[in-house]
Design a binder for this molecule. Sequence first.
Ligand SMILES: Nc1ncnc2c1ncn2[C@@H]1O[C@H](COP(=O)(O)OP(=O)(O)O)[C@@H](O)[C@H]1O
Ligand SMILES: [Mg+2]
Length: 112
Amino acid sequence: MKLIIATIKPFKLEEVREALTEIGVRGMMVTEIKGFGSQSGHTEIYRGAEYAVNFVPKIKLEIAVSAAMADQVVETITSTAKTGKIGDGKIFVLDIQQAVRVRTGETNDDAL
Ligand SMILES: Nc1ncnc2c1ncn2[C@@H]1O[C@H](COP(=O)(O)OP(=O)(O)O)[C@@H](O)[C@H]1O
Ligand SMILES: [Mg+2]
């Protein structure tokens, strides 16, 4: 199992959610966050003098999937969230040690 953590632009959330549902993703966590990347949030807001880091609103997605689905999920997020402009986000892929569906006690791939 893999945990895919992705930051995307907030206005892309609905499109990304729809695309992920279409490829069979059945659950995800969504959090409103603020963050910054390599531009430190500046050029996303204005061009000009840059003194301090600006935090820019983003959506963080956390999606647990079978290892076999991970590449497809990453590709779908990448193609759907991309505008080609700065601040399109980042995707990190981690290994999951264990998963449990609380209602049934199912574990690992069966719990996803
Ligand atoms: N190295 C990082 N570690 C954790 N989160 C990051 C990192 N880089 C970017 N992010 C998150 O992704 C969001 C979008 O980053 P983005 O501006 O697209 O990255 P970059 O400018 O480095 O290409 C940031 O607001 C932040 O929440
Ligand atoms: Mg950036």
